[in-house]
Design a protein around this ligand. Sequence first.
Ligand SMILES: CC(C)(COP(=O)(O)OP(=O)(O)OC[C@H]1O[C@@H](n2cnc3c(N)ncnc32)[C@H](O)[C@@H]1OP(=O)(O)O)[C@@H](O)C(=O)NCCC(=O)NCCS
Length: 202
Amino acid sequence: MSFLADKCTFCELTESVLSACRPFSCGNEDLDDFFAHDATRYAHFLMGKTYCFRLVKDPGTIVCAFTVSNDSIRIYDLPRGRRDHMKRLTHHEKPLRRYPGVLLGRLGVGAEFAGRGIGSKTLDFVKGWFYSSENKTGCRFVIVDAVNEPRIVSFYERNGFHPLFSSEEQEFLYTGGKKGEPVDLSTRLLYFDLLELQKSDS
Ligand SMILES: CC(C)(COP(=O)(O)OP(=O)(O)OC[C@H]1O[C@@H](n2cnc3c(N)ncnc32)[C@H](O)[C@@H]1OP(=O)(O)O)[C@@H](O)C(=O)NCCC(=O)NCCS
């Protein structure tokens, strides 16, 4: 039994959905503002599509929302160990410089629904959605650029995501930070390998 599957409907977050719903708040002001004001413009310019789950009993309540867009992992921009690991994940007929994925750019669960497994179920939904044979493009990874807070990073790790860089120092240096400067990362890149779902299929 899953709350999202049993008690919610799923749709794109459009202007008409927003105007039919009460304001959505996940407790992060930037995200709330994005979903309320920017998400539909992103969709208009094909830069990201936002979807939401709403209560069946009360369609004016948004339970959670998320935004997805195409992305990739540039493997030649990775430290050697991670690059070698990535190369071993696939065939080598033609070496690819970038491995395809989907960026889960934003994710918010309504504050009144937090801590009940809904965020984790939403991640399961996104994984299944992009792993599905109905997905029109090759998509190997779900990628997130997670707020660099222990509770958030551990939320993704518990859901099978791995940091793209093994340490904050490494991520800082490989994403433009200078050696000797204090390591200051507001977000951490993590990925989930969708082929992991093959193991649970079999
Ligand atoms: C992070 C978030 C999506 C998790 O959704 P959720 O439905 O609460 O997640 P689950 O119930 O599946 O898992 C709970 C875990 O999420 C993490 N978490 C992070 N922030 C949380 C919050 N504000 N409330 C509850 N759990 C939170 C914790 O690891 C928690 O486990 P713990 O209770 O053992 O510490 C949700 O809390 C949220 O929308 N937060 C505000 C927006 C945000 O930070 N989004 C992520 C940006 S990268």
